[in-house]
Design a protein around this ligand. Structure first.
Ligand code: ATP
Ligand code: MG
Length: 171
């Protein structure tokens, strides 16, 4: 049944901008994503400060399994598309300029209750309010340069993962 529904879509080359309006394809992504995966980026500030190693160590020590991983640089257009949910907000231009200012590490992580548990692990958006021991408390410098991104819902985890990774890039 699922093959009947989704078989044809699997053959399409992935392009999130084209695919996003396709509700059947989105359902396929959500079906595959379920509730045990989330998407993260180590942001340009943390890469620049040489925190890739410590942050990955913290993530894996907290029980998350890495199922996709890459170092890449976002163009300004990539950053604007990725953070399009914030378009029109006063910090949008600063955020997208920052996110395209240097390399990032993108990863898909697997764990029971991944989205919620990962948000707890990274801590509050503003590191000043982040709990002790969280990634943002340890490695972020400010609200704007806050070291890591974490998906805020299963749906966004699916969309954000598909933005950065093709099916073949998962182990
Ligand atoms: P992220 O989506 O990066 O994981 P978040 O979900 O904790 O962060 P969002 O509300 O989605 O927070 O905001 C996205 C990013 O925009 C934040 O991580 C932060 O760097 C930046 N940001 C949010 N609010 C502000 C603000 N008031 N001023 C400056 N930058 C902000
Ligand atoms: Mg967010």
């Amino acid at each position: 049944m699922l093959k009947m529904l989704f078989g044809d879509f699997k053959k399409q080359p992935f392009n999130s901008a084209k695919v996003f309006p396709n509700k059947v394809y989105l359902r396929k992504i959500l079906y595959e994503m379920k509730t045990n995966r989330t998407f993260t980026m180590i942001k340009p500030d943390a890469v620049e400060n040489e925190y890739i190693g410590p942050i990955i160590e913290k993530i894996t020590a907290s029980g998350f399994k890495i199922v996709a991983l890459k170092l890449k640089k976002l163009s300004i257009e990539d950053a604007q598309e990725f953070y399009s949910i914030h378009k029109g907000k006063p910090f949008f231009d600063e955020l997208t300029a920052f996110m395209s200012s240097g390399p990032i590490v993108a990863a898909v992580l697997e764990k029971e209750n991944a989205v919620e548990d990962f948000r707890a692990l990274i801590g509050a958006t503003n590191p000043e309010n982040a709990a002790e021991g969280t990634i943002r408390k340890l490695y972020a410098t400010s609200l704007s340069f806050n070291a890591v991104h974490g998906s805020d819902s299963n749906e966004n985890a699916a969309i954000e993962s598909a933005f950065h990774f093709t099916d073949k890039e998962y182990v």
